[in-house]
Design a protein around this ligand. Structure first.
Ligand SMILES: Nc1ncnc2c1ncn2[C@@H]1O[C@H](COP(=O)(O)OP(=O)(O)O)[C@@H](O)[C@H]1O
Ligand SMILES: [Mg+2]
Length: 338
């Protein structure tokens, strides 16, 4: 992994969705789906975003691709400021940034054969000379573990796992640099999940791909990530390399997610943190630290002041979390007070 080159730079990204209401249909409030998020994706790495449903993962991915126009912030891809591009320029740019969804079936025409689906993407981005596109289709199918004989079948003739392979082939057909995989394996059975994850890893090596891998499941993310971002209610609460984050999580929310992963390692003593209550509404997020309403360690400071992302280890400055009490946890290996 080349840590030097920054492929994607997201700075202070905000996505506020207006809520219309009242007799005049005015904007009465906003869903603060993504609220001041900054991170960098390095070329060749897999950076994952995890967090419970509704914390803003998909919105982050969609804002990067401008599938929704972000409210503010900047998105720089390979030196280009994406938010300054006009519609045509952005469409051309999408060749470099592809997205794979949880359900590829939802985003493809069910009456088109696999061949049509794959050629369409090539036509839109005008990649590969016309006469080569048919050969490319076959090559792509083989690359993702399907066969030439499947090129003229319809999407419904495939299983979920195979359909996700078609989704991956379609993303690859335009030769992208970055793939945003949004819950790409979440709908699949565990054994099929592993196969698709292995395929993604293989393709990454083969085509020097960079992944932004979005999942609600920290267990899935564990296999594929180099680095991990943990989001809670529209904000990043922790970011770090996988090993450091798994072995030495700093944020109580990360700890709670980790303690929810079924562990086969029975001897390993795990700090169990069971969260109370539900995720609060992103329309009116809690003051101070957004996590304080569910945090077993919250103090008055947490209820009033929002913590910034910071490191507690000068030898690992890239591992950061946003919690006022990280040092205290490290010193005392705290148990919940409740
Ligand atoms: N187009 C939209 N309009 C209004 N609210 C939205 C829209 N898209 C997402 N949201 C809200 O933004 C929040 C974050 O959603 P999302 O990014 O889909 O979460 P995740 O992918 O982490 O499950 C949720 O509260 C969701 O309901
Ligand atoms: Mg989502």
């Amino acid at each position: 992994m080349d840590k030097q080159k920054e492929l994607l730079n997201v700075k202070n990204l905000k996505q506020y969705f207006p809520i219309k209401g009242g007799f005049f249909g005015r904007t009465v409030n906003h869903v603060k789906a993504v609220d001041d998020v900054s991170f960098t994706v390095y070329e060749g790495e897999t950076l994952s975003i995890v967090g419970e449903s509704g914390c803003g993962k998909s919105t982050t991915g969609r804002a990067i691709l401008r599938l929704d126009e972000p409210t503010s912030g900047s998105v720089e891809f390979d030196g280009t400021d994406l938010l300054s591009l006009n519609k045509k320029e952005m469409n051309q740019m999408r060749k470099n940034l592809q997205i794979i969804f949880q359900d590829p079936y939802a985003s493809i025409n069910p009456r088109h054969t696999v061949r049509q689906i794959l050629t369409e993407a090539m036509e839109i981005q005008n990649v590969w000379p016309k006469e080569q596109r048919n050969d490319k289709v076959i090559e792509l199918l083989e690359t993702v573990g399907l066969g030439a004989h499947q090129a003229d079948r319809l999407p419904h003739e495939f299983s979920g796992g195979q359909r996700q392979r078609i989704g991956i082939a379609r993303a690859l057909s335009v030769n992208p640099k970055l793939i945003i995989a949004d819950e790409a394996v979440s709908a699949l059975d565990v054994s099929i999940q592993a196969q698709v994850l292995n395929l993604l890893k293989k393709l990454q090596r083969e085509f020097k791909l960079t992944y932004l891998f979005i999942s609600h499941d920290l267990g899935v993310v564990r296999h594929i990530s180099d680095r991990i971002i943990v989001m809670y209610l529209g904000k990043i609460v922790e970011i770090g390399d996988k090993k450091s984050l798994f072995e030495n999580p700093k944020h109580p929310y990360t700890k709670s997610l980790l303690s929810a992963i079924p562990s086969t390692d029975v001897d390993k003593k795990k700090e169990r943190i069971i969260l109370k209550g539900d995720v609060p509404s992103p329309i009116d997020p809690p003051k101070g630290c957004r996590f304080h309403t569910r945090c077993p360690f919250a103090t008055e400071l947490c209820r009033t002041e929002a913590p910034e992302l910071r490191s507690t280890d000068e030898n690992n400055l890239d591992h950061q979390a946003a919690c006022h009490h990280m040092e205290k946890f490290e010193a005392e290996s705290l148990q919940p007070m409740a």
